[in-house]
Structures are given as C-alpha cells and as structure tokens.
Design a protein around this ligand. Structure first.
Ligand SMILES: [Zn+2]
Length: 87
C-alpha cells in the first residue's frame, strides 16, 4: 500500500487523463451499450477541453504536451461507436 502526495486520482496515464478531461468538458462520450468513446461534434466542448489541458495539465506534464495529448485523443476517436454501425 503506497501513498503518494501527487494529485493523480484514478488516471495513471496521460492518455487516461486526456480522456477524463474530454469527458469533463463534454467533448466525448461513451456508448452506453458498448463502452466505446465517441467524439462529439461540438467545437465548443473541444475548445473547453483544450483550455483545461492548457491551464491545468497533470503534474510533471507541460501544457503543450497536455494539449497535444487531448488533440491526439480527439483525432483518434470517431464520432460514432464502431459497434453501433451496421455491419
Ligand atoms: Zn455502441
């Protein structure tokens, strides 16, 4: 059992952090049926997420790297759930 003073709750990776920021901003959501993350076509929510990343990056991560990761997650996600699509 290790205790650290770092303020890093459940997110151990930068990717996990970026996803949580995007969820918080409402820029992505999870398919209720399949659990896939989907980007929402909401430029304002995406902008909010980028602002959060810039202003409040995880400890030890530069704002630039945090913003880059959030953008990368957005780029990697489709706007639909792959399993919801007709085969
Ligand atoms: Zn789905």
């Amino acid at each position: 059992m290790r205790m650290t003073k770092e303020r890093q709750p459940a997110m151990r990776t930068l990717r996990g952090w970026a996803i949580s920021v995007l969820q918080e901003a409402g820029a992505i959501r999870e398919c209720e049926e399949h659990g896939w993350m989907q980007a929402r076509a909401d430029p304002h929510a995406q902008e909010r997420a980028l602002v959060i990343a810039r202003q409040d990056p995880p400890s030890g991560v530069s704002p630039e790297a945090a913003v880059a990761e959030v953008r990368d997650v957005l780029d990697s996600l489709g706007d639909t759930c792959p399993e919801c699509l007709p085969a």
